[in-house]
Design a protein around this ligand. Sequence first.
Ligand code: UDP
Ligand code: MG
Length: 313
Amino acid sequence: MEKISVIVPCYNEQDALPLFYEEMEKVRKNDFEDIQFEYIFVNDGSKDETLQEMKALREKDDKVRYISFSKNFGKEAAMFAGLEAATGDYVTLMDADLQDPPSLLKQMYDCIKNEGYDCVATRRVTRKGEPPIRSFFARLFYKIINKMSDVEMVDGARDYRLMTKQMVDAIISVKEYNRYSKGIFSFVGFNTKWLEYENIERVAGETKWSFWKLFKYAIEGITAFSTTPLIISSVIGLIFCFVAFILILVIIIKTLVYGDPTSGWPSMVCIMFFVSGIQLFSLGIIGQYLSKTYLEVKNRPIYIIKETEKDQK
Ligand code: UDP
Ligand code: MG
């Protein structure tokens, strides 16, 4: 019998988790009669009763497994832990807030089964219900990253997808510490089909993404999958050297020909500010990559488990 593993990263999802479980069970009973299921709930250091909810679900259903982290490691780490723990022939990643409709799962499964895909991924075609400013920056981010990176990132792509075990193994083999899954999914390749759906709002709880967190995530995506910013800063540096060289020539010649009282002080200060600004900007870019390399070299674990369902009895 075939088995599907459902991986759900959860951070403060005490209200959404039971709703998710119910909804998913409905879909399982209707659409997947002769397929075995396994739920892997990953508690990413929640501060509310999420872990208790997981334990309660485990008590009444032993399809439920859970992994509880020692602190909040982020959704990326939670997804990775779930992928490593999954034992199914097919694995799906879903949010706990039902923004990833379980009802799509049957269609996704059929695409893999009948059309020979390795993976079926989803993307939102609308961003309805999201603050307009957030949508604007999200769109801008995808434009920039797709220009800069060889790895294609799809605008509106969700982490919600169904994959074969083979693809999951490939993803697990990418052991980098700075994880940006949307890039990793695309990096490992395989045949991916995209399904589209309208944005759905959260059933309960609140989004975990502040604007600042999203901004950092965007920088993560860019630095993890592109070295173009390094080239940009070198090119800007070169252009400035060239301009400065010309200016020096102009000044020398001008002084020799006309003599020069101490004029030009304000413009000098402006230039100094501008150039040092560019320098700091470039240093910042280099610093970004250096810090990533630093964290990568340290080889820290991506997550630390405090307990799982195996500790319960
Ligand atoms: N999540 C997590 N760790 C975090 C932040 C979020 O495991 O540090 C989980 C969260 O519980 C949810 C999923 O990631 O299941 C998506 O989070 P959210 O709904 O807040 O993001 P959005 O849908 O607004 O992009
Ligand atoms: Mg959500």
